[in-house]
Design a protein around this ligand. Structure first.
Ligand code: ADP
Length: 866
């Protein structure tokens, strides 16, 4: 217990798992906490004075996962000497501290997501340092305090380090961090964040005398954060983290800004409703074959670029892969085989690779030659750099593959790690074991002959070692030099001097071989340190290739096109499709055009009935813009775009009630954010504004907001609304123009064509949708009556044409939401062919053609061709 308490003092804020034989034990408060979180039995020792809870050593990973997932830190204390050789109490040491942001174990990390540790320094301008310990990727940037949370949201940290606030105070960001991100927060002493301390830690870690070599003139808040972060990593990893890359400075201006609201409402990573990956943009465009690519894809989607050259590079590689099926398929097969070498490198860096790990690393690196060969035959302007990054590791690959046994084990202490021929002494020790088998066979034959006992057997067991077994009927023939070891029911077991000598030699050879293998393995792992950065560069290149080859596959498979830059600041999409919805609707998805011209026609006001496709349309334009900035091709016939600094969305009510804000309040907060921060270069998507208040308030607000965005800001805007009153803006303000979603009325039916056409919608069919949703008939009747009154008043006042009451009554009986094909099939079935006059038949045919969206007399002039 004295040893325990000493270690507990070292790691006061972690649960200490103390190795005792085959168990990890927790004591006292840790035991109570651990038992509760893990659902294991709480016992006690010292006559009930010390609470105790333990887990079997082989199950450590799964219990660790549970504790870390619940936000706890866990310190692992191992026995660091052989219990058989220890004098007194076995020496133990805390070998690592596992925290949510410092995971490296394969079992604790999902392959498709990065696990980020973040440190924040400074207040007005915040320095942010971001590390993925599992791979060593390390970036820093400066960020205005107001947008820190949004930036962190797309980084998705697992753990955030903050300087401990002075007595009683709170860190200014803490409340918001806790509210808006579900991330573990770890406080560190403020001195860790001081410039001098940060510089010292970084220089020490990277073994340099100054940070200028990394491109940092002075130690600003970004480096302070980096210093605090590296200090923490060294502490939790006990100084061992050789794979950390030097901090790479990033400029947020190189990336399109996406705030939390936009990331969520565009469903980039997860759906709004079920928080699931399926149904998100990420899932729709993920064709990666390797976890490294899957992680990079997520980063790319959350950090679209504003760098024309980089976007063009990505587009070019996609084009090259698209046109070269052989290379694409070959590369994707190789990527599947190569495995997650980025994380294997991480485990080398923290010295936790298993023999199996290194063997897999060798096998993965061994494939790089094939990847290079494939790329050289492909005609891609940008492939050379990538080929270069994949070069220079063949010797490492050969070395690992020839050194390690093909089926190298997970454990380091039980031998069988190395291939024959790797080490002469190892081979010699192993041959003693092998020759031993032959010697034993001879010995058995010899003894059998000497004693005249044909069934005499020589065997081995773990407890008694080697023995000679004689069955009871032959007991009389046992010679005098046999020493009795054990008596069984039907037999007796003996040992002789000769066998004893053999035993000690054989056993010591085996254990010496195992020890030697352990030492050789540690040396091999340490040798790899020299190649870490080269392997990291190769891993980067592979991840990039994986995303781009996957996107080429997607482009080909789903007929995506390569977006072009539009220097005049316009956005023009022909035949665009929603990348997610088109995959679930397949052939049923109706493509649409979009055109927003900066300064002139920059503001599209979209009206139309519920369920017609307004939201789909405006999101589609935003998603295509986003994909284009990622360098991805897009689901459209053609697209031209100008760089966007930021996509803003104000879409639907999200579940913010938990934050204690009404839906309307959230809506206005989001709108205020847009009005303050949108620029001429932003793309703004508004789906209903002003809904949560009275109609007059709502219309008034929506009107004023539209005016501001259209004339003051001049950003490209798509605004879907129910407020038909707003359509008049089209006539009043130059940049504003009206679009609506085409609806066709056909023989008592309303059919949604999901086609966006020019002009304003004339009605909204709201009561019909209510009916469809099961609102009781009486209420619907009453609503229709009120609607008639309102519309009559409105028509009198504004002289606007409204539908006649008679027509409205007729529409009340309509069945909504039947697809044109369904209607046609139903009518075809009902046709009495024999009784049908030729002229009627022609009429029907015409009607059906019209229903399918043939030439339509209703299409307003100037509308995009169907
Ligand atoms: P609104 O915003 O007008 O109420 P939505 O955009 O939510 O309507 O669309 C309602 C449904 O209509 C979608 O879930 C989808 O099934 C269908 N839809 C929308 N746009 C299209 C389209 N372009 N092609 C085919 N179906 C569409």
């Amino acid at each position: 217990m004295r040893q325990y308490w000493e270690q507990k003092r070292e790691v006061p804020d972690a649960i200490l798992m103390f190795r005792m034989g085959d168990f990890y034990e927790m004591f006292n408060d840790d035991a109570e906490l651990g038992a509760r979180v893990l659902g294991i039995t709480l016992t006690s020792r010292d006559k009930g004075r010390t609470p105790l809870a333990g887990i079997p050593h082989h199950a450590l990973e799964s219990y660790l996962a549970k504790l870390v997932d619940s936000g706890y830190k866990v310190a692992i204390s191992e026995q660091v000497e052989d219990a058989r050789q220890a004098k007194g109490v076995v020496r133990r040491e805390v070998v690592r501290v596992v925290t949510p942001g410092t995971l490296t174990d394969e079992e604790l990390l999902p392959g498709s997501r990065s696990n980020h540790l973040v440190a924040l320094a400074g207040e007005a301008s915040v320095g942010v340092a971001v590390l993925e310990l599992a791979s060593g990727a390390f970036t820093v940037f400066d960020c205005p305090a107001a947008s820190v949370i949004d930036e962190l949201d797309r980084i998705e940290p697992a753990e955030i380090l903050l300087p401990e606030p002075t007595r009683g105070g709170r860190h200014p960001l803490e409340a918001e961090l806790r509210q808006r991100l579900s991330t573990a927060i770890t406080y560190r002493t403020p001195s860790d964040f001081l410039p001098e301390r940060a510089e010292q830690v970084l220089c020490e870690h990277y073994e340099t005398t100054s940070l200028e070599g990394f491109g940092f003139r002075e130690v600003g808040s970004a480096l302070q954060a980096a210093g605090a972060l590296v200090g923490y990593v060294r502490e939790t990893q006990r100084g061992v983290a050789e794979h950390l890359r030097p901090p790479l400075r990033q400029d947020l201006a190189d990336f399109m800004t996406l705030d939390q609201a936009t990331l969520r409402s565009l469903e980039i990573e997860r759906t709004l409703r079920s928080n699931a990956r399926a149904g998100s943009l990420l899932a729709a465009v993920d064709r990666t074959c390797n976890p490294m690519g899957a992680r990079l894809l997520r980063t790319w989607l959350c950090f679209p670029r504003r760098d024309v050259a980089e976007i063009r590079r990505r587009q070019g590689m996609i084009a090259a892969f698209r046109d070269d099926a052989h290379t694409r398929a070959g590369l994707r097969t190789l990527l599947r085989e190569i495995g997650d070498i980025e994380r294997m490198v991480g485990r080398v860096g923290v010295k936790r690779s298993t023999p199996r790990d290194l063997r897999a690393l060798g096998a993965g690196l061994d494939r790089l030659r094939d990847v290079r060969e494939l790329l050289t035959t492909m005609h891609a302007a940008n492939a050379e750099g990538l080929i270069g990054d994949l070069d220079g590791l063949d010797d490492v690959a050969n070395h690992l593959c020839s050194a390690l046994a093909p089926d190298a084990p997970l454990g380091m202490r039980e031998g069988n790690i190395f291939a024959a021929g790797y080490n002469a002494e190892l081979d010699r020790l192993r041959s003693i074991g092998r020759d031993g088998q032959r010697w034993l066979a001879e010995f058995q034959a010899r003894e059998s002959q000497r004693t005249g006992i044909p069934s005499l057997k020589v065997a081995f067991n773990r407890v008694f070692g080697y023995y000679i077994e004689v069955t009871n009927p032959h007991r009389d023939r046992v010679p005098d030099d046999y020493v009795r070891k054990q008596t069984m029911k039907n037999a007796e077991r003996f040992i002789t001097e000769e066998l004893k000598t053999f035993e000690s030699e054989a056993l010591s050879a085996e254990s010496r071989a195992n020890e030697l293998e352990y030492d050789l393995f540690v040396a091999l792992r340490d040798e790899l340190t020299a190649h870490l950065s080269a392997i990291q560069a190769a891993a980067d290149a592979l991840a990039r290739l994986d995303v781009l080859a996957g996107w080429a596959d997607l482009a080909l498979d789903r007929s995506y096109c390569c977006p072009e830059f539009n220097e005049r600041g316009g956005l023009e999409i022909r035949g665009g499709r929603h990348p997610v919805l088109e995959q679930s609707l397949e052939a049923g998805f109706v493509p649409n055009d979009a055109r927003l011209v900066a300064g002139k026609e920059s503001f599209a006001l979209i009206t139309g009935p519920n369920m017609a496709g307004k939201s789909t349309y405006i999101r589609q334009v935003a998603l295509l813009t986003l994909l284009a900035h990622c360098g991805c091709w897009v689901p459209a016939e053609s697209m031209q775009f100008a760089l966007v600094d930021r996509i803003f969305t104000r879409v639907g009510a999200s579940d913010e009630l938990a934050r204690g804000q009404s839906t309307f309040m959230v809506e206005m907060l989001e709108t205020a954010n847009i009005l303050h921060n949108a620029t001429r270069h932003s793309l703004v998507i508004l789906d209903e504004v002003g809904r949560g208040t009275s109609t007059f308030d709502g219309v008034a607000l929506a009107w004023a907001i539209s005016e501001h965005l259209a004339t003051r800001v001049g950003c490209r805007t798509l605004f879907a609304t129910h407020y038909h009153e707003l359509t008049e803006l089209g006539a009043l303000l130059d940049p504003v123009f009206n679009l609506n979603v085409e609806v066709r009325e056909y023989e008592e039916q309303i059919v949604f064509l999901h086609r966006i056409v020019a002009g304003a919608a004339d009605r909204s069919y709201g009561v019909h949708v209510a009916k469809l949703a099961g609102v009781p008939a009486e209420v619907l009747d009453r609503a229709n009556a009120v609607l008639n009154d309102l519309e009559r008043t409105f028509a009198r006042e504004s002289q606007r044409p409204v539908l006649a009451a008679a027509q409205r009554r007729r529409l009340r009986q309509l069945r909504l939401f039947e697809e044109p094909e369904e209607i046609i099939v139903r009518q075809l079935r009902d046709v009495d062919v024999d009784a049908l006059a030729a002229e009627d038949a022609l009429d029907r045919l015409r009607g059906w053609r019209a229903l399918l969206g043939g030439a339509s007399p209703q299409t307003p002039p100037g509308a995009p061709a169907p």
